[in-house]
Design a protein around this ligand. Sequence first.
Ligand code: GDP
Ligand code: MG
Length: 227
Amino acid sequence: MFENLSQRLEGVIKDLTGRGRITEANVAESMRGIRRALLEADVNYQIARTFANSVQERALGERVLRSVEPGQMIVKIVYDELVQLLGGDAAEINLGSNPPAVILIAGLQGSGKTTFSAKLALHLKSRGRVPMLAAADVYRPAAVDQLNRLGEEADVPVYSITADDGTVLQDAPRVAQEAVAYARKQARDTVIIDTAGRMHVDARMMDEVEEIKRLSQPSEILFVVDS
Ligand SMILES: Nc1nc2c(ncn2[C@@H]2O[C@H](COP(=O)(O)OP(=O)(O)O)[C@@H](O)[C@H]2O)c(=O)[nH]1
Ligand SMILES: [Mg+2]
């Protein structure tokens, strides 16, 4: 999600550290680059400005420029400030106390929900959980195929409901509810529900996600946003 942003930041830093000698003017120019990268990633203007200012202040303040490796020092400052900006300790996903934990993935069309669902499944697996995926994006047949493919790659089962003729049953709340029941039976301790993209102005789709929520009782709802 943050790939574009981190690439941009990397570019700015590389440009700065690639110089033989770093001057105050170089630092100021780089901070403008960082601020621009943040703004383009839809970071709030005030936050972007405060961020760039505090990096600049620290970079110029701590005798960084006269240190042996000013570039490395600045990379560290940017990293520290980024960690601060993104909330210090990364927020833990709430997995509730009685399995199966249900995580509902929401967001706009094309924001990366399906990709993220699979990555999250892999991540949880590496942490010792036993996850499964639920294909509740039922309006595009390709969406179910995509999740099936990713689930196969990650070796994580994908719950979906297809009729004998291969058509996808267009009942997302039912997929969610049955997936949770299936997880309970199969001793899967985490269900990640991949949903269709929706906008708050679409009343029917908002009702649907409410129904998914009611039937699957998620302990966590994650909104995926495009950087
Ligand atoms: N660069 C980049 N591309 C991504 C990322 N996540 C998803 N994508 C791509 O964005 C497109 C939409 O992703 P998808 O997961 O299908 O979004 P969904 O419609 O919200 O489910 C696909 O082509 C993905 O390969 C990401 O973190 N970085
Ligand atoms: Mg999707």
